[in-house]
Design a binder for this molecule. Structure first.
Ligand code: SF4
Length: 471
């Protein structure tokens, strides 16, 4: 018999419990079990006024942000609408059925106010990481490092050539992102004569965005160039938990340098000191290997950045044997390549800007050499540039020949999978906030969400079952 709804009858009283209406296998239930913001209010207290109207509860705002990142709801306006309508979202945010949802503009005000002053989002990220450690998901034995490029919220059309002079004092460009960029420039290039100028490369960028000048104009393979930032992840290899995250403009040198910041920060705040660090070739430069091996005592499980192999068929550096005691190379003809070919009263360091020392043979040896065409066809003599970090490069080469290194190569995929998850599930393939601080806030929230989801996946059997069920 076909049933029929019997008219809408408004009840006078309802007995309604939100908790009964959120499925046991709902993602937010699993996340909620590991998400404790108990000390957020204490952390924020010194940054809040003791007078005036009470502000929106910071825990409510952070919970709403986590909902947004969990379900790829990037617009704050839409997030407020969704939290208003969705029972599970209300339950996670500790909102009753008739509690008001904050206005979308509140998020921006708080981000630039008390959240930024108190580094509240980093505090939330670290609270979640601490919970991961308590749950035994962080071994601290091996870390992996990688970076992924994320498009900035800056139009390609609103940019000028990097060599053009821009008068940033014009009113139309006085946005928060521009002010932040100019402050960073002034910090890195102080005018005070007592302070040495920055040693960073002064090569101007190809294009600079007028909307978000800190974003880097970068080319992706197979597509047009765009403005972007990089999110840098340092992960623990046991369960793929993100132990630190850092936003940088999409420059490879800055991505690599961020490794030092993150490794030091994790050691300082959590006393986590990995035995090995896994990364791709970008992290295998001489200075980076020197830092890992000499300064930190970390095994570099990274391929060595090596450009010494010749593509024109001439002898490569490897063909020039190294004699440590004599501090010289020996060419295939058995002649010595030395750093100094005469004795100086005061010894010279002879270290180039690229942290190398140049070794040269005697010109007379090369002039009469039968193998000159195979060795230096276009120059009168051959020269070998030897990195001052060659010993550390050799350590990395020795590790690369071990079975453990092959295992590390496989484990490195965990960080790549996190980036795929970030873009496909969390839908963070383009930023909504501008400036380096905006990128940092978005990356911190995304990493916090990924850690929460990972905890739910590893520790909640009901969540695993729900994920395995066919759609
Ligand atoms: S060209 Fe000079 S460096 Fe090269 S093999 Fe001959 S002698 Fe040695």
């Amino acid at each position: 018999m076909m049933g029929q709804q019997t008219g809408v009858q408004d009840k006078l009283f309802y007995s309604f419990n939100l908790d009964d209406h959120v499925p046991r296998s709902h993602l937010l239930r699993s996340v909620d079990r590991f998400f404790d913001l108990g000390d957020l209010r204490k952390h924020l207290a010194p940054f809040c006024s003791h007078t005036g109207r009470p502000s929106i509860d910071p825990e409510l705002m952070v919970r709403m942000l986590i909902v947004g990142y969990c379900f790829g709801i990037r617009s704050k306006r839409r997030l407020c609408e969704e939290v208003h309508l969705n029972l599970a979202y209300r339950w996670f945010c500790r909102l009753g059925l008739d509690d008001a949802v904050p206005d979308h503009s509140t998020f921006s005000k708080n981000r630039h106010g008390r959240f930024s002053d108190s580094e509240a989002l980093r505090h939330v990220f670290e609270s979640v990481l601490r919970r991961c450690m308590i749950e035994g998901l962080v071994a601290g034995e091996g870390f992996a490092i990688d970076a992924s490029v994320i498009k900035a919220d800056a139009s390609r059309a609103r940019g000028v050539s990097g060599v053009e002079t821009i008068d940033w004092s014009q009113g139309e460009w006085q946005s928060r992102a521009v002010r932040e960029y100019i402050e960073a420039l002034e910090e890195n290039n102080p005018t005070d004569d007592d302070i040495p100028a920055s040693t960073e490369s002064t090569t101007p960028p190809k294009n600079i965005s007028l909307t978000d000048p800190a974003a880097r104009w970068t080319a992706a393979p197979g597509g047009p160039a765009f403005y972007a930032y990089s999110t840098n992840y340092l992960i623990d290899l046991q369960a793929g938990i993100i132990v630190d995250v850092q936003a940088t403009p999409a420059y490879r040198s800055q991505e690599v340098e961020s490794t030092k910041i993150m490794v030091d920060r994790v050691a300082q705040r959590f006393n986590l000191r990995p035995r090995r660090l896994v990364g791709d070739t970008a992290y295998g430069t001489g200075p980076m290997l020197g830092w890992m091996v000499q300064e930190k005592g970390i095994e570099p499980h990274v391929p060595v950045w090596d450009k010494t192999e010749r593509k024109d068929g001439a002898f490569s550096t490897i063909d020039f044997a190294w004699d440590e005691q004599a501090n010289e190379h020996r060419c295939p003809q058995g002649h010595a390549l030395r750093r100094d070919r005469r004795v100086f009263k005061s010894p010279r360091a002879r270290i180039t800007k690229a942290d190398t020392v140049i070794y040269r043979p005697s010109q007379s040896d090369c002039t009469s050499c039968s193998q000159k065409d195979q060795c230096c066809p276009n120059t009168p003599t051959r020269k070998i540039a030897r990195s001052i970090h060659e010993a550390e490069r050799n350590v990395a080469r020795a590790i690369a020949a071990t079975p453990e290194y092959q295992q590390s190569r496989c484990e490195r995929k965990k960080v790549e999978m996190l980036f795929a998850h970030l873009k496909r599930i969390l839908k963070l393939d383009r930023l909504r906030l501008r400036g380096l601080s905006g990128a940092q806030d978005e990356f911190l929230l995304a990493a916090t969400t990924q850690n929460l989801r990972r905890m739910a996946k590893w520790l909640m059997p009901s969540f695993q079952k729900a994920q395995e069920m066919p759609a």
